[in-house]
Design a protein around this ligand. Structure first.
Ligand SMILES: Nc1ncnc2c1ncn2[C@@H]1O[C@H](COP(=O)(O)OP(=O)(O)OP(=O)(O)O)[C@@H](O)[C@H]1O
Length: 474
């Protein structure tokens, strides 16, 4: 088998892939080695880190195998594996060296430390907290792509985030991720930062909540040290900023953020932002900023669907060293739908209950552990409540829920209310029909199916349903 098989395969890939993608994912790989197994030739390629491995496996492996087979004239197996990690050097580089040629010492540039502290950090480069890029970046090391369960709800956002982690400063800049509370926005942006640092430990990455940026602006405003602020933010390679809706009404903050934004984009540093709404929906933020927020890629994270909630529960239980049987995970996921943070809360209760009572995890135990939560839900959600909430939301009269009127502006909210009644209450289809002005159960069934199926394709409808569900659950 020709030893330049990999080389030729790369040439073919280079010809057919967009240049940027080839340069990001394929070109940096070490040459594949060819061996012959009983079943045929095997090309083994070592990939430098886990997220690149997953990405290449999912996106490119089938095509690579087919090109290899084409070139070799027989089926070829592609074996992708993780390259062993190189041992880190015993002495970390002096902090100043990792800062590049920026005007401010690295320790200061990363964490806003007072000059005295920054100087101490430089004087003692071996101190792990001071010389560790991860801690300076304020990233939580446990929030990675590995611990983020993928699903339809976060597919677009996760794909875009993986791209950015692989090639920051190129496509999707800025990346704007929005969605409701507790859906994994913060997790995802930490994952990008952690992945980039795993790949390039000297990259200047900073995660911060919008409120921390606001407080930095205030501090520097009081001290009249705007140059420091600029030096801190303008020298980054990747800025991850959470919940930018908090900038609302803060003019000076917005101005400073605008400056940082422009400076970072000009030097092809990457910016990722999160928010509870899409850029145009942000209130009290200068249009000059919101239009820039929207100038790269804007993606939503949606509430996770049932199967994803089940997968999250099982994975999180596993991480806690516990086993959550699938039927229990389904029971919990069906009852806790609002967001992942609530799912985590439910899981914690179940695990604690099981440990204290020395009982194994089953549906009975989960029911007991979540007694309060389930009774609150059952108490609050009635069909009447749903009708009123939906009518208020779509600005129609509650009476229209029972009326025979058919214009779409009324019929659609009514169908949405029927769907929610089926989802959130224990009522049967005929009972729901009765409560909607004596309608037939087939009318309810039609509404439930229609809205349920549209929800999976229509982002706006899905967001609206999510808001309604959150409101109804209090
Ligand atoms: N897909 C997922 N897989 C695993 N864990 C997840 C996932 N999505 C969210 N989580 C977890 O749920 C919790 C809440 O997520 P996170 O804080 O990222 O939400 P958020 O969208 O930033 O919310 P907020 O707007 O309230 O800040 C975190 O513990 C996070 O790890």
């Amino acid at each position: 088998m020709s030893s330049d098989l990999w080389q030729r395969c790369c040439e073919r890939l280079a010809a057919e892939m967009p240049e940027q993608q080839f340069n990001t994912w394929i070109r940096p790989l070490p040459p594949g080695t060819v061996t012959t197994a009983e079943a045929g030739p095997v090309v083994s390629v070592r990939v430098p880190n886990r997220f690149k491995l997953d990405w290449i496996r999912n996106q490119y492996a089938p095509r690579i195998e087919s090109l290899l087979a084409d070139l070799a004239g027989c089926p070829v197996k592609l074996e992708l594996s993780l390259a062993p990690r190189e041992a880190p050097p015993v002495n970390h580089r002096p902090v100043l060296a990792t800062a590049g040629a920026g005007p401010v010492p690295a320790a200061q540039a990363y964490n806003g430390a007072a000059p005295a502290r920054a100087a101490a950090a430089v004087a003692a480069p071996a101190a792990p907290a001071a010389s560790n890029p991860a801690s300076r970046s304020r990233l939580n090391p446990s929030l990675t792509f590995d611990t983020l369960v993928p699903g339809r709800a976060n597919q677009m956002a996760r794909t875009a985030a993986l791209h950015v982690a692989g090639a920051p400063g190129q496509m999707y800049n800025p990346l704007f991720i929005y969605g409701g509370v507790g859906l994994g926005k913060t997790h995802l942006i930490h994952a990008v930062g952690n992945a980039l640092l795993a790949d390039r430990p000297d990259a200047r990455v900073l995660y911060l909540h919008a409120e921390q940026f606001i407080s930095d602006v205030v501090k520097n405003y009081q001290r009249k040290t705007f140059d420091e602020l600029k030096a801190k933010y303008h020298s980054l390679d990747l800025l991850l900023i959470d919940d930018v809706q908090f900038f609302a009404g803060k003019d000076r903050t917005q101005e400073e953020f605008f400056n940082a934004f422009e400076a970072l984009l000009a030097k092809r540093a990457h910016i990722i932002m999160t928010s509870d709404t899409y850029p145009k929906g942000l209130a009290d933020i200068d249009e000059r900023l919101t239009s820039r927020f929207d100038s790269g890629l804007t993606v939503a994270i949606e509430p996770p669907e049932l199967e994803m909630r089940v997968a999250i529960l099982i994975k999180k239980a596993e991480a806690e060293g516990a086993v959550m049987p699938e039927d229990v995970a389904f029971f919990v996921a069906k009852n806790v739908r609002a967001n992942v943070r609530e799912l985590e809360g439910a899981l914690r209760k179940i695990l604690a209950y099981s440990r204290f009572s020395h009982k194994e995890i089953n549906i009975q135990l989960a029911r007991e552990a979540l007694k309060d939560l389930l009774s609150i839900q059952n108490r609050q959600i009635s069909v009447e409540n749903i009708q009123k909430t939906v009518a208020d939301f779509y600005k129609i009269k509650v009476a229209d829920m029972y009326s025979k009127k058919r214009p779409a502006s009324i019929a659609r909210p009514r169908q949405i209310a029927m769907y929610l009644a089926k989802e959130l209450t224990q009522k049967s289809l005929p009972e729901i029909g009765e409560l909607f002005g004596g309608r037939d159960h087939t009318t309810v069934l039609h509404a439930v199916r229609k809205i349920g199926s549209e929800r999976t394709k229509n982002t706006e409808l899905n967001q609206q349903l999510h808001v309604l569900e959150q409101t109804l659950k209090g």
